[in-house]
Ligand binder design. Structure first.
Ligand SMILES: Cc1cc2nc3c(=O)[nH]c(=O)nc-3n(C[C@H](O)[C@H](O)[C@H](O)COP(=O)(O)OP(=O)(O)OC[C@H]3O[C@@H](n4cnc5c(N)ncnc54)[C@H](O)[C@@H]3O)c2cc1C
Length: 327
């Protein structure tokens, strides 16, 4: 681990002005991902800007939108009465992530910015286009059991590891981003990127910006929801496949549906075509099975992760069936 300078900011403006002075500086929040990456030599920022004293920790409801500050911890969000009552899908996803200790430290902004868990990204002796652009992708021909089946490129087949982000993509959340002069907003589904020719870029946050928080609309998905996570252990393990499902039903028919998957792509994988297919139809077992089959038609697997294609389809069936049963 290299020597680094440690600075603190008590406001977003101060944090951004410190960042503007040094493009190599990095924000540190809970530190649960960044410190690991620094210890392993994957990231080597010479300056850390501690943003834990920023006021952006609040969780509140205004005009049918739940606002969540970027420094709210994963535990605070998962346990908040408002989130449990109005956004149970988000609470479920958070509670299935990491461990209680980690959730006490991890923040919303840090969770969104966490890096992939691809073993070749963490092993600095191996080629990895995400860590070292142009060096190659060792995972394509290597041990790729955890890797992507959707949206990958020749340059990178890594997956985004977050659970929280899968629920937020399904719930049509909006990311509030701070800039030196003002703010901008971006749809959550457009925040993370597919690898394409620039796998080193995980998301669309610019190097001079900070995540201030999230706005999650109350969209009628209060009850019929399920976050299904399939993993090697029931705790402390990343998803092999996960599904966030949210239903709004009217007399057995689908009024609205949201579906997103985790563990299968470089970003939370929203199933918009499946949502359109289900819209307005009676949600029978047969329809659910057909929707699941359609969802994996374009999947592309590698030597060790072929099992994920069937696992993805079965998980969609289970998540939709579970969500339908809620009242
Ligand atoms: C053993 C283990 C198991 C885990 N299991 C899971 C799991 O099952 N599911 C899951 O979803 N996650 C899991 N995680 C990941 C964990 O959720 C993340 O490490 C955590 O959310 C990161 O948040 P943080 O606040 O600690 O981020 P930090 O480590 O402080 O920062 C991570 C990155 O985010 C940037 N950053 C932080 N805040 C902001 C901001 N406001 N604006 C811009 N940039 C910012 C930092 O500069 C840094 O690059 C696991 C982690 C560990 C160590």
């Amino acid at each position: 681990m290299i020597n680094f300078q440690y600075l603190r900011a008590a406001s977003a403006e101060k944090a951004l002005s410190l960042l503007a002075k040094d493009k190599q500086a990095r924000f540190i929040a809970g530190g649960t991902n960044l410190v690991d990456l620094m210890k392993k030599g994957v990231m080597s920022p010479e300056k850390l800007i501690d943003i834990n004293r920023l006021p952006q920790r609040e969780i509140f409801l205004r005009n049918d939108v739940i606002h969540i500050g970027a420094l709210a911890t994963n535990a605070a969000v998962a346990d908040h009465p408002l989130v449990n009552e109005k956004l149970p899908l988000l609470a479920m996803a958070l509670k299935k992530g990491a461990s209680a200790q980690l959730r006490n430290m991890a923040t919303v902004g840090g969770n969104m910015m966490q890096r992939t868990r691809c073993g070749y990204f963490y092993d600095i002796a191996m080629p990895c286009n995400k860590r070292s652009p142009g060096s190659g992708c060792a995972a394509r021909e290597g041990y790729n059991r955890m890797h992507a089946i959707f949206g990958q490129s020749e340059n990178c087949i890594a997956v985004h590891p977050s659970d929280m982000c899968v629920a937020l993509a399904a719930l049509d959340a909006v990311v509030v981003i701070g800039q030196t002069k003002g703010e901008r907003r971006i749809a959550f589904a457009d925040f993370h990127r597919l690898p394409g020719n620039t796998p080193e870029l995980d998301n669309n946050l610019k190097s001079n910006e900070i995540i201030l928080g999230l706005e999650v609309p109350l969209n009628g998905f209060g009850h019929r929801v399920q976050y299904l996570k399939v993993r090697d252990r029931t705790s402390y393990a990343f998803a092999l496949v996960s599904v966030a499902a949210a239903l709004d039903m009217d007399a057995g028919k689908v009024r609205k549906v949201r579906l997103a998957m985790g563990g299968v792509a470089h970003k939370p994988w929203r199933l918009t075509e499946t949502e359109t297919f289900l819209q307005g139809r009676e949600l029978t077992d047969d329809l659910i099975r057909e929707a699941a089959s359609r969802s994996v038609l374009n999947a592309r697997a590698y030597k060790h992760n072929n099992f994920k294609v069937r696992m993805a389809a079965e998980s969609i069936i289970q998540a939709l069936t579970d969500a339908r049963q809620q009242s």
